[in-house]
Every structure is written in structure tokens, then in C-alpha cells.
Design a protein around this ligand. Structure first.
Ligand code: ADP
Length: 220
């Protein structure tokens, strides 16, 4: 069972590493950010409620996110493992997840992608995403082959609503006040936390570091 929690601030590269990990391990990628954006796109009732919060950079209510993740983790394709990306983000979410995992005898491993603050700002302001397949680009470090179009399906790339500078600051504040304590919670409880320096290396090198650290930890 590969229960992986990818942890890091906005812009730390969680989404990119999650995609590489899920491809390598053959388990689903569970991104609460992507799930919430899907619900907004579908125009569901939940979507309308969360859209304003997400656009302002604030976190969505714990009960809603907890329910959404619990339902997703209960799907058959997650029975052999999963990579969680962007969850848990608050202490109540961490407690909820740990209880759910403990009840099923599942031992998770947390991978913390540590990235310097200034690098994060540069990454987030240059980020572009394909609205169809979710592939991420960066105009500075990883531009698409054709300006503004996805390499995989040619769809015009978009800037996420919450990637403007003011909203980025809000998201980083939310991370500092609400999400960073989650890491201390995992560390304090003697759970497995793997630290990976993800500041300067390209995604493939960060991925290799993760793979090696997991092997050394005997959880690959
Ligand atoms: P990033 O990690 O770059 O901020 P995400 O796609 O993970 O991007 O999240 C985007 C937004 O979605 C967050 O700013 C927040 O509003 C909402 N969100 C995502 N995951 C959670 C969560 N676990 N709890 C509460 N809100 C969340």
C-alpha cells in the first residue's frame, strides 16, 4: 500500500511531482485543488460555494474537503495506494486523515518539498496550465513548445484565477498560518516525514531524490 502525502507550499512543485509519482507507482493522483476546480467547472452547488474562497486565496471549509477526500479514497482505484496533493492543509484535516488511515491500518509517508520563498513567487507568477489535461508549464523554466498552447493536446493554456500576485500572497499566508503546523503535527507524532530540498533542481532531479529517499526509507 503506497499512501503518500505530498506536502509543500503553493508553488513547491507538488502537482508536478504528484503526476510523476502516480505514473511511476500506478496509483491515483488525488489533488484537492483539481477536484475543487472540477466542481466549479461543472457548475455544481459545491462549486459555487467554494469558487469565491478559492479566488481570494483562502482555504475551503474542512468539512467539505474532508468529505470529498474520504469519498475519493474509498473508490476502488485507491485501494492499492494513492498520492495526496494539497491535502491535508489544516490540523483538523490532518487529524481526519490520520484517523481514517489508522482505522484501515494504513501507514502513510509524508514527503515535504522544501522550497525557498523567493523561488516560489517567481514560479507561481509564471505558471500556466492546460485546462483540459492539467499539464503544468512555466513561462521561464518550462515553456510549452508553441507559445501559449499545451504540448499534449494543443489547448490554449490558462493562468489560474488565483495566480495573481495579491492572491499568491494570501495563499502563502494561509500556508504559513494553517498548513505549516500540519508538518509539525506529522513530525511530532513520530510519523514518517521525508525532507526533499526542491529549490533549485529541475523536476526530474527532484523526482529522483524522492525515489531514492523512499527506497532508503523502505517504502517504495
Ligand atoms: P496550491 O497548492 O498551488 O495553492 P491547489 O490547487 O492545491 O494549489 O489549491 C488551490 C486552492 O484550492 C487553495 O488556495 C484553496 O482555496 C483550495 N484548496 C485546495 N486544497 C484544499 C484543502 N485541502 N483545504 C482547503 N482548501 C483547499
Amino acid at each position: 500500500m503506497k499512501a503518500i502525502v505530498l506536502f509543500g507550499s503553493p508553488g513547491s512543485g507538488k502537482g508536478t511531482q504528484a503526476r510523476m509519482l502516480t505514473q511511476c507507482l500506478g496509483v491515483p493522483h488525488i489533488s484537492t485543488g483539481d477536484m475543487l476546480r472540477d466542481r466549479i467547472r461543472q457548475g455544481s452547488e459545491v462549486g459555487t460555494k467554494v469558487a469565491a474562497r478559492m479566488q481570494s486565496g483562502a482555504l475551503v471549509r474542512d468539512e467539505l474537503v474532508n468529505r470529498m477526500v474520504q469519498e475519493r479514497l474509498s473508490q476502488p482505484d485507491a485501494a492499492g495506494g494513492f498520492v495526496l496533493d494539497g491535502y491535508p492543509r489544516t490540523l483538523p484535516q490532518a487529524e481526519h486523515l490520520c484517523k481514517w488511515l489508522e482505522e484501515r491500518g494504513i501507514r502513510e509517508v509524508v514527503i515535504h518539498l522544501a522550497v525557498d520563498y523567493n523561488i516560489i513567487i517567481a514560479r507561481l507568477t509564471g505558471r500556466r496550465q492546460c485546462p483540459r489535461c492539467g499539464t503544468l508549464y512555466n513561462i521561464a523554466s518550462h515553456p510549452p513548445q508553441v507559445d501559449g498552447l499545451c504540448d499534449l493536446d494543443g489547448e490554449p493554456l490558462v493562468v489560474r484565477d488565483d495566480d495573481s500576485e495579491a492572491v499568491i500572497r494570501e495563499r502563502l499566508d494561509a500556508y504559513d498560518s494553517q498548513t505549516r503546523p500540519v508538518l509539525d503535527f506529522f513530525r511530532g507524532a513520530g510519523r514518517r516525514v521525508i525532507e526533499v530540498d526542491a529549490s533549485n533542481d529541475p523536476p526530474e532531479v527532484v523526482f529522483e531524490k524522492i525515489r531514492q529517499a523512499m527506497e532508503a526509507d523502505d517504502c517504495s
